[in-house]
Design a protein around this ligand. Sequence first.
Ligand code: PLP
Length: 382
Amino acid sequence: MTGPMPAPEPLPGARLLFSLDPAVSYLNHGTLGVTPIPVQRAHQRLRDELEANPQRFFTRGLSDRIAHARTHLANFLGADPAGVTLIPNTTHGIALVLNTLRLGAGDEVVTTDHGYGSVDLAIDATGARRQVVPVPLTAGVDEIVASVRSAVHPARTKLVVIDLITSATARLFPVAAIVEALRDAGVPVLVDGAHGPGAIQLDVAALGADFFVGNLHKWAFAPRSTAILAVAPRWRTRVRPLVVSWSQAEGFPSAVEYTGTMDYTGWLAAPTGLFTLRTLGVARVQAHNSDLARYAQQVVADVLGTTAPDPAGPLPMRLVPLPVEGDDTIARRLRERISDELRAEVGINAWHGRLYLRLAANVYNRADEYERLAEGLPKLLR
Ligand SMILES: Cc1ncc(COP(=O)(O)O)c(C=O)c1O
């Protein structure tokens, strides 16, 4: 071990808020989220209400209840409630923006080499060309901003997609500075904030982007299939729904939100996720998670003898480079072996031909879970 960094004190009782299997170290909150028991209960109560009288649930006041949940979530994230639509996930929000911009052959979309795989696929499916900006793991704010700016050509760039917190590499990108640097170019910016809500202190409006999409079902403790798309005023009347249903005449956001007979109960239970977070203390949770992720990274990197990148900002996920080369298939196999043999769920991603372990921390985790992983990893990697 190099640094004497102590693990943070656990938040008393927080572990009891989750129904996780006690025999497994769940160190990958970032991928799918974990729903606290009070949120599961609130969600189940809403499902019970729905099943007691489906017609009444769907036809009497559902749109008001969705609007109430939407306002609650938007206010929490510092987004203008009038510019927010609820959506099932980030993937859906990205598709909505691409659909709105009607991208096609001859257009260009600027992204970075930290972008999420399925987002790249969605861009490619429009026929537009993806201009990928390489960003070294160690790049600083100025370098990132300058690289993205120089890749943008107002004549052909139709969109810039920037991740707030990158998935494979767990980096916090200087989104507000990028938006500011691109203002003179007049090219719309879409922030992929899949991991943002709840993970870090966030003021969506202050980012100044044209579009922000983010999941509430990761770090904001909402039931799965809860996300938001925040849209700047100039785009609101132009958002083109992916699914045309009964609310078209109402315009944004109802025209986007109501997609026929779908289960909307998760959205209605989402404010209970924020209530849980606030009850624990948002700042306290974020500080705990960031400190524990830093501890986790140090413990595992020390045992493996690798140098771990130190990303700017407090993040609940941190990266440990593994002494292993490989692709997504090898990454998946290793993840499954760690699950089977070490009883730990972790994130492993291939990035530029090398594997990276992504360790997440939340209030249900303890320092000894990462210590146990660190103990078992060298033998498994041999
Ligand atoms: C950066 C990024 N974008 C998009 C997504 C896709 O999110 P979802 O599967 O909820 O649509 C993820 C998922 O982890 C992500 O990390």
